[in-house]
Structures are given as C-alpha cells and as structure tokens.
Design a binder for this molecule. Structure first.
Ligand code: XMP
Length: 512
C-alpha cells in the first residue's frame, strides 16, 4: 500500500482518490502521527502532501526520519517538496505568499515518473503553488522539469527514488496528474492494481462476521446511498441478525419512503421497520422558523424515535452506520481555534454511547464515489445510486419560516414536478443537486379572471464536486419557463416561481 502524509493541504484527499483510482490501496495520516502510521502500515511507497505552513517557520511540520531511513520511494508535493529538500540538506527560501496558478512545465530529462506521458523538450500544463521555494537542491538531486517561476518544478533523485514536485498532480487542473501518480505507484513503487470493490466487498463481509458473531445489529436507514450500502453489506454478512429502522419523519421527497421500503423489503428481503413518526416530527416543528432550532429538534426526535424502536426490539449490541472516510480522516488543523458552525448536521452521534452499542462501519475506508461503485456491486439500481444528495432534516429546511403540514405538501408536489422536468430533459445527472424551496411570502397573481394571493416557490440547481463549493446551474430559460408553468398550474398554493442564482460561497446549497 501507499501512505500519504498529510501536511494540511486542502486537497490531500484528492491524492488518495487518485491513487485508489489506479487500483492501489492507500491511507492518509496527519503528519503528527506519520511515524506511527508508517510503522503500522509498512507502506511500499510514501507521498508527502502539500500544506499551508512555511518550512522556514520554526516548529513547522517535518516528515519522520524513519521514512527516509527505510529506503521506500517518496513522492513529495509542494510543502512536501520543501520539507524533503530541507531535511535532506537543501535550501528553501521563504517569504512568498502562497497562491495557486496555472504554469507550463518544460521537461528536461526523461524519468519513470512521466514515462509514456510527457516527452523531453515539451511543455505541459500543471497547477502550481507559489509560496516558499527550493533554492538549492539536496545532494544527489537534479532538476528534470522547470518553469520560469518555478526553477525546481520537478526535482528528483532517481537513485533513491525520491520525486518532488512544486505543482499539484492530484488536482484536475493538472490534466496528466492522475497518470503521474499512477506511474509513481505502479512503475516506481511497483505495486499492482488489486484494490477493487469486489475484493473490498468480500473482505468487509468477512470482517463484519468476525466483529458481530451471532449478535444483533440495528441500522438506521434513511434511503440515502451511504446508509443503504452499509445496510446491504451488513445484511450480506449477517442476514437476519440485522434489523433496519426507517424513521419516516414526513420530510422526505414525494414517494421516497415507500420506494425505499419496497426496494429493501422486496428486492433484498431485508428486515425493515418503517416507523411512521410524521405526527411526532411535524407536530413539534409546527410554526418553528429558526433554522438551527429546526435542525436540533429533528436531530433529537430522530434519536428518540430510533431509540424507542430499538427498545421495542429488545435492543442490539451493534449499531451499523454509513460513516465515510472523509468523516474519519483526522484533519490537520493549523487554525488552532474551533471552526464556526454554519449548520448543525443531522446524524445519530451520541446514540451508541447512550444505548451502549458498538459501531459497525463498513464504509469507513471509502470515499463517496467508491460507495456508489460498491452500491452497484451490491446490485443497487443506477437510478438509486445516482440520486441527488438529500439533507437529513429534509424538506423542513426548505420551508423557510414556520413549517406546516400544508406547506410541506405544497413543497413536495412542486419539488416532484421540478425534478420530473429535469429528468425528462436529461439534466438530472449533469446537475449535482436540484430542489424546490417554498418561500413564506405570498404575492398577487391572476389566474383565469381571478386574483390569486399565494406562495412563491424558489428553484435551486447547482453543480459541485463535493458540496463544499458549488455553482448555480445555468438552465436554458425555456426550461425554467416550462417548469414554472407546470408548477403554477399543477400545484395549488403557488402562483409565482423564481430561480436562485447564488453560488456557494457566499450562499450555501440549502437555504437553511
Ligand atoms: P450546504 O447547505 O451546507 O449543504 O451548502 C451542503 C450539502 O450538504 C447537504 N446537507 C445535509 N446533509 N444532513 C445531511 O445529511 C444535514 O443536516 C445537511 N444539511 C445540508 C446539502 O443538501 C448539500 O448537499
């Protein structure tokens, strides 16, 4: 395997993604725990990530000496390049503000790193970070790629198999970056592609069996991809020792709960309890306008409802969860202070301790798109796997102002029509997430010969890679016109439709 030492770059996870795409397993460890991780994993190759610090600052992060002593090949990116250079006796000049930009690297010499990809004498686009820079390479190193502003763009010691770049091969703005990483893990480190979802599935099923034995597992099923894939994997491992609980809070999309229940019961023969908790949720939410209060109420009721059901079952020793790798990576934080809560995310945290259960988390090592591949492997239909993300608190946070049963019904209908139009026009998979929001504002309209005074519906659609940033989707106006007409004609209670053209940042994807 490959070990990635994280020096705090925003894009460290992408390195892992790219390496795994080449069929090789890898793990990320924060630099503080790099030595321990190196001992534990005994990797065949190591990658140093970029990072926001300056190597010229006293006390700035370093790579463990053990990595250099072991003789494994190293790929060092950006900050990684600088610390490697410094630790091996080179020189680094500080004082430049860190910024990113496109650059063209000219290749001076052949190397296994770009064998079959880049030719000597040619220039290739890369995404460079300009910050501190190497001014003197350590002994044994030579520059084999350069650009006007980055004389040490690619600096290597072929004998030791140390490869360092000032640019970021892991980002999409370095078009050949994935291939460079593939060369590193295959040609230089010498690893084979043996990381596949079929292998992962078999391995996890065995691990779950070993962990659970003949005990009972319960799992909250939301209908989202993560919880569904986790449940199916656990079901494959322990069959009827698993019971899934779907807490139906009445805040899901149209027909969603029914479809999920039908699929899991009929197609997978999974033991699923469908809890109708609509009155409990909508009752408490009635009239609540503050977004954080809504989120807290929903989070609490979810846990209480789940707990009640679990008690009826006589409890369980294990709680299955669809926790993903990005949630468990210990992130390297340089800020030192607590980060600001933008939104309280809804999860079942706290339950395992409260109910004295151990966790079964078969997706802990996977990224979101790997979970989709695994879902496919487990036979989930594409239409299910490719569904847009949906927030735990559901439609409640798409009803700004007080939530009422009537508003939820209006919103659910409008949302279904909007998504139907998006699907019919072949746009569903191009858009990352699309949904309707029901505004607590009434406006005057005219329908037939009569005056109307009804709600405004806002439509939102964004493109995004991970939900962290997003751009509003640029629909054709004819599309929007058609969707608006259908919503106004078919949904009673809405007489005006507007489109949200805010990107994230400064907006968030959801309105609350
Ligand atoms: P924001 O609105 O923060 O949303 O830009 C980013 C992504 O997260 C989803 N989201 C949630 N997902 N529980 C979830 O499981 C939540 O409480 C929650 N709030 C927002 C949102 O739909 C978008 O995909």
């Amino acid at each position: 395997s490959v070990l990635i030492i994280d020096f705090g770059s925003q894009v460290t996870q992408l390195i892992a993604r790219r390496v795994r795409e080449t069929g090789v397993f890898c793990e990320i460890v924060p630099f503080q725990k790099a030595e321990e991780g190196f001992e534990r994993l005994k990797p065949k190759g190591v990658i140093f990530s970029g990072g926001p610090d300056s190597v010229t600052r006293e006390g700035s992060p370093r790579a463990p000496q053990a990595v250099f002593d072991s003789g494994v090949p190293i790929l060092a990116i950006c900050y990684g390049q600088q610390t490697l250079a410094l630790q091996l006796g080179g020189e680094v000049e500080g004082g430049h503000a860190a910024e990113f930009g496109r650059a063209d690297v000219e290749i001076l010499k052949p190397s296994p790193l770009f064998e079959g990809i880049w030719d000597v004498g040619q220039k290739y686009p890369v995404w460079m970070s300009h910050g501190d820079r190497v001014t003197h390479a350590p002994e044994g190193f030579e520059v084999i790629g350069t650009s006007p502003h980055a004389p040490f763009a690619i600096c290597v010691n072929e004998e030791k198999r140390y490869y360092t770049t000032m640019f970021h091969p892991e980002v999409v703005h370095t078009p050949d970056g994935g291939k460079l990483l593939s060369n590193f893990v295959h040609k230089i480190v010498g690893l084979k592609s043996d990381w596949s979802m079929a292998a992962y599935r078999a391995e996890m099923v065995q691990k779950i069996r070993d962990q659970v034995g003949d005990k009972r597992v319960i799992c909250a099923l939301s209908g989202g991809v993560d919880s569904s894939v986790a449940a199916l994997l656990i079901h494959e491992a322990v069959g009827d020792q698993l019971t899934c609980i779907l807490v139906d809070h009445g805040l899901m999309r149209k027909n969603e709960a029914a479809e999920v229940v039908a699929m899991f019961r009929e197609h997978y023969n999974l033991h699923l309890i469908h809890v109708d908790a609509v009155d409990r949720f909508v009752g408490e939410l009635e009239g609540v306008a503050d977004p954080e209060t809504k989120r807290k109420i929903i989070g609490r009721l979810f846990i209480e409802t789940f707990e009640d059901e679990a008690k009826k079952l006589g409890g369980a020793d294990f709680l299955g969860q669809g926790t993903l790798y990005p949630d468990v990576i210990e992130s390297v934080s340089f800020s030192g202070g607590p980060s600001v809560t933008i939104k309280s995310h809804h999860n079942v945290g706290g339950l395992p301790e409260r109910m004295n259960m151990q966790l079964v988390e078969p997706l802990r090592e996977l990224f979101k798109d790997e979970v989709r591949v695994l879902g496919k492997e487990l036979g989930l239909p594409d239409s299910f796997i490719g569904r847009h993300p949906f927030p735990g608190p559901g439609l409640a946070i798409r009803c700004p102002g007080g939530v009422t049963r009537e508003k939820l019904d209006i919103l659910r209908e409008a949302d279904a029509i909007y998504l139907d139009e998006i699907r019919k026009n072949g746009l569903y998979d191009v858009i990352w997430q699309a949904f309707a929001v029901l505004l607590p504002v009434q406006t005057v309209g005219v329908m037939g010969d009569g005056r109307t005074y009804e709600f405004v519906c806002a439509l939102r659609a964004v493109t995004s890679v991970d939900g962290m940033t997003a751009d509003f989707y640029q629909f054709d106006m004819n599309f929007l016109g058609k969707a608006a007409t259908r919503i106004i004609n078919e949904v009673r209670g809405i007489n005006r439709v507007v489109y949200d053209v805010t990107s994230k940042p400064p907006g968030t994807i959801e309105w609350e």
